[in-house]
Design a protein. Structure first.
Length: 116
């Protein structure tokens, strides 16, 4: 079985319009995103691939900074034969959301166009 490298990127969006003489600083962000479907650096089960059911795995989100206003999720495959392939793009995720169930989109979130 070929190991597929997938990057889950969870972006923190905060108020980005600083007031005069103020700076926007984001430090020490230790957010975590995990899944019970696979381990870190492990193989993603075929169920979640184009050869399987083509569904998203369950995801758990932890340690989101208190000042977060929104989250965005980018799922990319840099090892794709066609170059980096975007599998999933979701934004406007409520930062109090601690999990995303398999094959679902968080309430109020918006999905973007993927590579496929």
């Amino acid at each position: 079985m070929k190991q597929v490298v997938i990057f889950f990127s969870l972006l923190l969006l905060t108020a980005c319009i600083p007031q005069p003489k103020q700076e926007l600083t984001i430090k020490n962000i230790n957010m975590k995103i995990t899944s019970s479907a696979f381990s870190n650096n492990g193989n993603i089960p075929i169920k979640y691939s184009c050869d399987g059911e083509k569904i998203s795995p369950d995801l758990e989100i932890a340690d989101v900074p208190a000042n977060a206003q929104s989250l965005a999720l980018i799922l990319e495959d840099p090892d794709s034969p066609m170059g980096t392939f975007t599998h999933w793009l979701v934004w406007n995720i409520d930062p109090t959301n601690t999990e995303i169930a398999a094959n679902s989109v968080p309430t109020g979130a918006i999905q973007g166009k993927t590579s496929g």
